[in-house]
Design a protein around this ligand. Sequence first.
Ligand SMILES: [Zn+2]
Length: 336
Amino acid sequence: MAYKIIVDAGHGGYDGGASYNGRLEKDDTLRLALAVGNILSDMGYDVEYTRTSDVYDSPVQKARIGNESGADLFVSIHRNSSPTPNTYKGVQTLVYEDVGLKANLARSVNNELEKVGYRNINVVERPNLAVLRRTKMPAILVETGFINNDEDNALFDNSFDETARAIATGIDDTIRAAGLKAVTQDETAEAISRIDDDSINNLPEEEDNSIEITDEEESGVDSGAADGEINEPGIENVGEIPDDNSNYEGYIKDVPTGENDNNDIYQLLVGIYRTAGSANYQMNNLINTGYPAIIFEDEGLFQVRVGTYDNIEEALIAARELRDRGYDTLIVLGNN
Ligand SMILES: [Zn+2]
């Protein structure tokens, strides 16, 4: 049986993902996902997609589609974005945890994309992303350059085929190196005709075993996380941002600030911590990624908040960006 890969085009339908000058992430991801899938298919893989048209499924549904497909590998295609255009560039591949096959896949894909001309901004652990957390097979999420960086867009458009080929090659090299790439049926028949009966009986079993070890390792990590809790100790799950603008009211939480100014602003609550050290760590992560994060102390807990937005639309855009980067985010009311 051929090694099966499910390719996930990020976002879709009314979830456009990040946008820049009318360019929508969901369109770039679909085009690239289909191109990557075609190449993988030519390479002999069994390829499926979470979507092949402009439709919406939540990340949780996408993970479910992946699990139900019985794929051996889940590859999610996205484009990155930063709060200010043209401040960041490069490729970044996200994994649930930076270990095992997925870590090798992520590095290999980044390295191949670097050869195309993208800056390699490394592999990042994102334990909160549904497509990485809830998938039972190894999963990677490729942030194929920043959609709000003109250089990255020029590479994406002018070297589109090379970009798709780089991702497929990065995957293929790693799967081959791990001994997981199943041979085609013709090759199998040819190989079987050359070996004796005992070896024939042993061959499939050995192949299955090597795949199972990987699966066990993955599901051991992922099943612990599939209960919806954030895995880092000391963080409370602050819920997910709705995908539909019309629902946002339910996600706004009035947080008392102890001030009497009526000038409401919105902030993004990204985590609540029991220790200042954990809060500091998260705050610095966010600041290093380009987000204006602060610590807000309330009832003995340390909240990490991002930004001050004076309208809900801006807050939602920023919340989506953060969610895309793997942060569970809650919009809260602050006072100016
Ligand atoms: Zn995205």
